[in-house]
Design a protein around this ligand. Structure first.
Ligand code: ZN
Length: 143
């Protein structure tokens, strides 16, 4: 009888450090990229473009680094060499008085505290993928 023992190496040691927030974000980005790669039958995901809100309190370099660590660990053929490029995007705010802009503390229109509409989130903006020329996903057989 063969006894199967699963000893999984997990890169989760990183979470014990102070960058748990970045780790979970990078992990979610990776999952998103992998789902898309499978969905579009990508042979390679080259670059994952990420928008990091300037108010998100997230370190973009950490996120890029951790993304690549996770990709290497997961070893998915289409994603193992994927890179994550983070772009920091400024805030967008709005106010009940009708003001929209980038002021986050004091509304220039009425002095109230504006509501932050954008700038706290980290989102996957787009993916650069390669698909196989032989794949027939673009061929529509109308007959
Ligand atoms: Zn206002």
């Amino acid at each position: 009888m063969k006894i199967k023992t699963n000893i999984e190496y997990k890169p989760y040691d990183l979470r014990k450090r102070k960058n748990m927030h970045e780790y979970s974000i990078a992990y979610n980005m990776y999952q998103t990229a992998r789902r898309s790669a499978d969905e579009y039958h990508a042979t390679a995901v080259k670059v994952v473009h990420v928008e990091v809100g300037s108010l998100s309190m997230v370190n973009p370099e950490q996120v890029s680094f951790l993304f690549e660590v996770i990709a290497k660990e997961d070893n998915h053929p289409a994603l193992v060499d994927a890179k994550a490029v983070c772009e920091v995007v400024g805030p967008e705010t709005s106010c009940v008085c009708g003001y929209t802009g980038t002021e986050i503390y004091i509304c220039p229109g009425c002095g109230a505290l504006p509501e932050v509409v954008k700038g706290k989130d980290v989102t996957v903006a787009r993916l650069e993928i390669e698909v196989d020329d032989d794949s027939d996903i673009s061929n529509n057989n109308d007959n």
